[in-house]
Design a protein around this ligand. Structure first.
Ligand SMILES: Cc1ncc(COP(=O)(O)O)c(C=O)c1O
Length: 310
């Protein structure tokens, strides 16, 4: 069901990153596609099944990338897509959602407020609410990244996964536990948006009052209980990283890998930077999961004085 343009993405050793990171590093590149993130793997499934079942419209809340992906998948299948997003989301994400013919509604608050509003729109319009990470198709779509990793040779020790709502971590993690149980599954979140990571450590849902991070793609405050249950089964660890490390990761991916990435996609590199001893001598795969950045912000991060080793 997934358009091949989103599948079989590059996976390669990036030796140029290795001297600074002290371990073998492979990149799974999820940005070279029409929506510049992995999210379309899931929305392709969602939209196919909806249209097969006769649906004409759907609504989702989005930090920006899911909305863009659902708009792309919906447009080519004649599905009317409404996206509810924060008006503080990166302008480029909002622009692309509109450009892909979705109806965009902005809320004067964060992603979790957008979730509430999307649910209200679904109730009012009598249309399907697509809930990222809760709807199993969004996790299964992301899980195809895991299938591709397992198929790939040579083997690796650890996969680092950016953790937001949890679709990618539960999807990829499930595949790893089923097909490559020796691979360590480590989720990474910013210290400024730690709700799911804290929940994983405390084995119960922990919410936060606010978020404060440049990694807009993973900045949620209210973990979904069912997703936490799944994450508890498939993740080996969940770690938090500092903003300075995320910025260093963004810069390193540009400098050593020639990749423009959004902050969420640099979380894996940030985790290695903060835990060199833990990863020393290991072969680590990091999923470079999105590249939708506002140029001004990106130049600020790239131009910022090097922050040194955390
Ligand atoms: C670029 C990027 N990375 C990571 C994530 C987090 O993924 P998930 O919500 O599946 O945990 C998102 C979510 O939208 C994203 O857009």
């Amino acid at each position: 069901m997934i358009d091949p343009t989103f599948l079989d993405t590059p996976l390669y050793r990036c030796e140029a990153l290795e001297p600074d990171l002290g371990c073998s590093v492979s990149i799974k590149l999820e940005t070279a596609n029409p929506v510049r993130s992995f999210k379309a793997r899931g929305t392709e499934l969602v939209a196919s099944l909806l249209v097969d079942n006769g649906a004409r419209a759907a609504v989702c809340a989005s930090a920006g990338n899911l909305g863009q992906a659902l708009a792309w998948s919906g447009r080519r299948r004649g599905l009317d897509v409404t996206v509810v997003a924060s008006r503080f989301a990166p302008a480029t994400k909002l622009h692309r959602i509109r450009a892909l013919d979705a109806r965009l509604e902005l809320v004067d608050g964060d992603f979790d407020l957008a979730r509430e509003r999307a649910a209200a729109v679904a109730r009012h319009d009598g249309i399907r609410l697509v809930e990222d990470s809760l709807d199993i198709e969004t996790c299964e779509g992301a899980a195809t990244i895991g299938l591709e990793l397992v198929d790939a040779a040579p083997s690796f020790d650890t996969v680092l996964i950016a953790l937001g709502g949890g679709a990618m971590a539960t999807g990829v993690g499930h595949v790893m536990k089923a097909l490559a149980p020796d691979v360590e599954v480590i989720c990474v979140q910013p210290l400024g948006a730690p709700a799911m990571t804290r929940s994983w450590h405390q084995r119960r849902v922990v919410t936060t009052e606010s978020t404060n991070t440049i990694a807009d793609g993973v900045a949620g405050r209210r973990p979904i209980p069912a997703v936490l249950d799944d994450l508890l089964v498939v993740a080996d660890d969940a770690v938090l990283v500092q903003e300075a490390s995320i910025i260093n990761g963004i810069r390193m991916l540009l400098d050593h890998a020639g990749l423009v990435v959004e902050p969420s996609a640099a979380l894996g590199i940030a985790a290695i930077l903060e835990n060199r001893d833990r990863f020393a001598g290991r072969h680590v795969v990091t999923i470079v999961c999105g590249s939708n950045v506002d140029l001004d912000a990106y130049h600020r991060w790239i131009g910022a004085a090097p922050t040194g080793r955390p």
